[in-house]
Each structure stands twice: as C-alpha cells, then as structure tokens.
Write a protein that binds this ligand. Structure first.
Ligand SMILES: Nc1ncnc2c1ncn2[C@@H]1O[C@H](COP(=O)(O)OP(=O)(O)O)[C@@H](O)[C@H]1O
Ligand SMILES: [Mg+2]
Length: 382
C-alpha cells in the first residue's frame, strides 16, 4: 500500500496563482482531481523490464482485480504532463480493439509528478516468452500471433496512428493467447501533410531503412517493417536483424535483401544520409536462404513487408489478406496457444537488456510502489 495520504503534499503540489503570481497551496479536496489515488492499489510485483517506465502488477483494493500499473515518464516537464504521456493516454482512450492493450483509468500519486496508467493485465510479453521457451513457436502459432498483430495494426493505422516502436517486448499476450499491442509512448498521429518528425525512433533491430537513412517523413510503413522483423523473429526463434550500430543494421538489411537502388525505390537518392554515404553492394535477395522451409506464400509476404520503398510496402490490411494465412498449416486458434510460466515476473530478460544497450541504461534497483513516486526524471529518445 502507498504512504499515508494524510501526509501533506510535497512541494510539487503547489500552484502559481494567475492573479497574484504567488505560489498557492492546492486545496485538500482538489489534490487528486477526479482521479483515484494510486494508494488504492496494492503492489504485487514489478513486471516491467521497460527502458523508460516501470510497470507493476498490482491489485485494485476496491474490487480485487489484478491490473498493470505504469508510471508515466515525466521528463523535464515543469508544467503538467509531458506531451508523450498525454499522447499515450489519449491514444489508449481513443483506441478500443481486442489487439490493443485496454486502458482502465488514470490514477495519481500525491505528487503532481505521479501519474499512472491502469491497464488490463496481460500475463506475458513476447520478448520474455521468446527468451524462455525452449522450442520455437510452430508455424501455426506464428500465424496466429502474426494475424493478431496485423489486426491491431490495421486498426491503429485506420485511425491515423503510427506506433513507431513495435518490437517483441511491446507485444503482450494474455493467458488466452490474445496478443495486445502496447507501449504507445512514441506513437504519433499522422494526417496530410505528414509533418517532419525526428528519425531516432524504433529500436534498432526493427528500424526501417528509410529511418536509418534519415527520411524526414514517417508513415505507417515503419510499423509494417517492424512487423516483418517480428514475424521473422518468431519463425527463426531469434532476432532477424540484430544490428549493434546503425551502419551495421543497414549492412544486415542489405545482406538479407540486397542493395536498394533508384529503380525499386525512386525517392532513395534524395534521402539525407545518402548524400555522403554509399551503401554496401550486395546484389542478392537472401530471404529464401534465411527461411529455407517457408512456403512461396510466406516468402511473398515477407518480401512485401520488406519492400525498401515505404510507398510500395504492404499495408496491414493487405497482410491480413495474404494467402500465407489461408494455407496449411492454418493459424491455430488463439485459445489453443500454449500458456507459459511467467518467467518475466521472476528475473530480468537478457533480450531486453541487449536492447537497452542502444538506449540510456538506468538503475532500477529500487523496489516498491512508493519508490515509483521518487523515480528520477528521464529522457526518452523522441
Ligand atoms: N498491461 C500490461 N500487462 C502486463 N505487462 C505489461 C503491461 N504493460 C506493460 N507491461 C510490461 O512492462 C514492460 C514495459 O512496458 P512498456 O509499456 O513497454 O513501457 P516502456 O516504455 O518502459 O517500454 C512491457 O515490456 C511488459 O513486459
Ligand atoms: Mg516497451
């Protein structure tokens, strides 16, 4: 349980009066606004191996329900919630779909800095499953997961959202085999015209070539590329393109798919990074060698997901129509997905640690919900 709510609000809980410009205390009754207090939740254990936030499994003491509690990052914000937190909350409130993690409510701690997302609890994420399962998924299971990811993505993209950080640790799975896309901290809405956005998004292993080459525009195609990497990873039972640096990541992509050129990707020559950088030369598409047992329909789908030209890359809707999902072995029923021991709740995942190398490492030695209230401010690559 949280600290005693009768303790006075700390210095963060002070507002500046518009009238006098002087600090004014927040009246007791307005401390929490309309939100419930996080003290109504009992910490069970920490589940989030996330890079920026901490996620707990917690019990809502009001009804006994087990939920996931994610503390929103506050960055260097002085006035209220950072944009990334507002974006994540707004997106989740706007998106209701079986394959997108459901938000239940937003709760607050005593400090103005403490805002928590209460989400439905999912027993696993795909990163911890892949880390801990001894045998690869069967192809029928891969198809079942893949279909659900494309369904979630089709919904998101239809609502003009780009996730921008799709990877196995951001795909949750319930004990009933239902896959949920999560972690919308980097998500953006896009419209016409697409505003230039910063290129340093999406964990390296899942990053599309146009991002690696500093394309100023981000489209839904960057999620599709990441979904291709995820599908490949599920089939191979190991990361498909585990580059350590941006240059190595590009080299690995070229090794797998061949060097792109203007005939297949006309806008390529205008990309900023290619003005003074020459790509390695490799004329072959090696997908078939990498996936020797995959059917022609499976290879067609992968090739469609890995089109260099983002404008030609598959859409989520097109992926759902792929004959790969209609041929033997058919996707298994999600209810028949195996359930896995919850390793995630016991130890940290090597995979996630590897991925953290690319980002800011941070100490997560503190344990206990009350520590959530004192987390240092963090910078997220954004
Ligand atoms: N609703 C949830 N149910 C169960 N586990 C979750 C839930 N949300 C997040 N997690 C776990 O916490 C981890 C980090 O959460 P995430 O939203 O991805 O934040 P971060 O920005 O830190 O990556 C996820 O990889 C997953 O293991
Ligand atoms: Mg995450």
């Amino acid at each position: 349980m949280m600290q005693d709510p009768s303790i006075p609000v700390n210095k963060k809980g002070v507002l500046t009066s518009f009238l006098t410009g002087q600090p004014m205390p927040i009246p007791e009754k307005d401390n929490l606004g309309k939100c419930r207090s996080v003290s109504e939740f009992e910490k069970l254990n920490r589940i989030g191996e996330g890079t920026y936030g901490i996620v707990y499994r917690a019990r809502d003491t009001r009804n006994g329900e087990v939920v996931a509690l994610k503390k929103m990052r506050m960055e260097r914000e002085k006035d209220g919630l950072p944009l990334s937190a507002i974006r994540e909350i707004t997106l989740l409130l706007n998106c209701q779909h079986e394959n997108i993690v459901a938000i239940k409510e937003v709760v607050v701690g005593r400090s103005l800095e403490s805002v928590f997302l209460v989400m439905e609890y999912c027993e696993q994420d795909l990163a911890s499953i892949l880390d801990n399962m001894p045998n690869p998924f069967t192809e029928a299971q891969v198809k079942c997961i893949g279909l659900q990811v494309f369904q979630g993505l089709a919904y998101l993209h239809k609502h003009y959202y780009i996730h921008r950080d799709l990877k196995v640790s951001n795909l949750l799975m319930t004990d009933r085999g239902c896959v949920k896309i999560a972690d919308f901290g980097l998500a953006r809405r896009f419209g016409e015209p697409i505003k230039p956005m910063t290129p340093r998004v999406v964990t390296l292993w899942y990053r599309a070539p146009e991002l690696l080459l500093n394309s100023p525009t981000h489209t839904t195609a960057i999620d599709i590329w990441a979904a291709g990497c995820i599908l490949g990873e599920l089939l191979l039972h190991k990361p498909l393109l585990p580059g350590r640096t941006e240059v190595q990541q590009l080299d690995m992509i070229i090794e797998l798919l061949g060097t792109p050129h203007a005939a297949i990707w006309p806008e390529m020559d205008q990309l900023p990074a290619l003005q003074n950088f020459t790509l390695k030369s490799q004329p072959y598409n090696n997908l078939k060698n990498k996936f020797p047992y995959l059917s022609p329909a499976g290879l067609r789908l992968l090739n469609f997901l890995f089109m260099y030209d983002p404008a030609k890359r598959a859409t989520a809707e097109e992926c759902l129509q792929s004959s790969y999902f209609r041929e033997q072995p058919l996707p298994c029923d999600s209810k028949l997905m195996p359930s896995f021991p919850q390793h995630r709740n016991m130890k940290s995942s090597r995979r996630e640690m590897n991925q953290q190398d690319q980002r800011q490492q941070e100490s997560q030695s503190n344990d206990g919900l009350s520590d959530l209230l004192q987390l240092p401010k963090r910078n997220r690559v954004d």
